[in-house]
Ligand binder design. Structure first.
Ligand SMILES: Nc1nc2c(ncn2[C@@H]2O[C@H](COP(=O)(O)OP(=O)(O)OP(=O)(O)O)[C@@H](O)[C@H]2O)c(=O)[nH]1
Ligand SMILES: [Mg+2]
Length: 259
């Protein structure tokens, strides 16, 4: 608990038994509940998590073989905190920064914080090709939505419970990650900000990420979403496709900024 507010931390997990104890050990004691959402692990991740004191929830659903988004959605449904944070199981995100982020949110009107990894202190931590992919998606969002985000794909974020119904998160696969940011940016009732965090290299467990496939899926998701459910949104490209050459201002782009 911080400033009388309870904090839930959701950790999606698939086969991370070697690194999970380290990740959980590093979570500060002011975090009220840690929910590890196991999505079909074939190793001892679930046992390791419950031995470390986490609540373990199972979520079997997958979309195209990936259950990352379903795991987050299940974790949110199972959580009770005033603040809901999320991060990966692979000990690459700084749970020790949750305190400063909550204080920052408490002292401002910010409702959703995306924890931006860039620029990195150690450039080796995310490969060049992945960083290029992140920049391409950042540019895509800037062109389509007129908002400059610095890290579309961070796996760490925090939000007040009040933001949840407004975000309406639905993506079951990896696209939940860009969905969180785009949903927050486009919602006129959500005050969104990025917050610069530390980031570390994945160790002990090998990466199972298929970066080209996932990257293309993100690109298509952001593009499709802009012309379907976000067709009201403004954006740089809009003036080229709107015959009146008007750039609509998205109402409520109040405090969309980065620190
Ligand atoms: N619930 C669930 N979690 C998954 C799934 N695949 C991966 N995860 C977890 O989601 C988080 C992010 O996955 P990562 O493999 O770290 O993805 P990444 O950070 O993009 O790439 P690497 O760290 O290089 O592998 C980790 O905590 C994984 O254990 C899945 O299908 N279901
Ligand atoms: Mg990772």
């Amino acid at each position: 608990m911080l400033r009388n507010k309870t904090i839930s931390l959701i950790i999606p997990c698939k086969n991370e038994e070697k690194i999970l104890p380290e990740t959980l050990k590093n979570v500060p004691s002011y975090v009220d509940e840690i929910i590890v959402v196991d999505n079909g692990s074939t190793d001892n991740s679930a046992r390791v998590a419950s031995e470390a004191g986490a609540i373990v929830v199972k979520e079997p659903r997958k979309l195209n073989g990936i259950g990352y988004g379903y795991a987050h959605i299940k974790g949110i449904e199972s959580s009770a905190g005033d603040y809901i944070f999320a991060m990966d199981a692979d000990d690459t995100y700084p749970s020790y920064q949750i305190k400063e982020i909550v204080e920052y949110m408490e002292d401002s009107a910010v409702e959703v914080v995306s924890c931006n990894r860039l620029p990195l202190k150690d450039s080796e931590v995310i490969s060049k090709i992945r960083r290029l992919g992140i920049h391409i998606l950042n540019i895509e969002i800037a062109l389509l939505y007129g908002f400059q985000i610095k890290d579309t794909l961070t796996g760490m974020w925090g939000m007040r419970r009040s933001a949840l119904p407004k975000l309406n998160l639905r993506m079951g696969d990896w696209n939940l990650s860009p969905e969180v940011k785009v949903a927050a940016i486009t919602n006129k009732d959500i005050v969104f900000a990025e917050y610069h965090i530390d980031h570390f290299a994945r160790e002990k467990e090998p990466s199972k990420q298929q970066i080209w496939k996932t990257g293309l899926s993100h690109f298509m998701y952001i593009l499709k979403r802009r012309f379907t459910e976000d067709s009201h949104a403004g954006g740089f490209v809009y003036k080229f496709i709107d015959t009146k050459w008007e750039v609509p201002v998205v109402k409520g782009h109040k405090v969309k900024f980065a620190i």
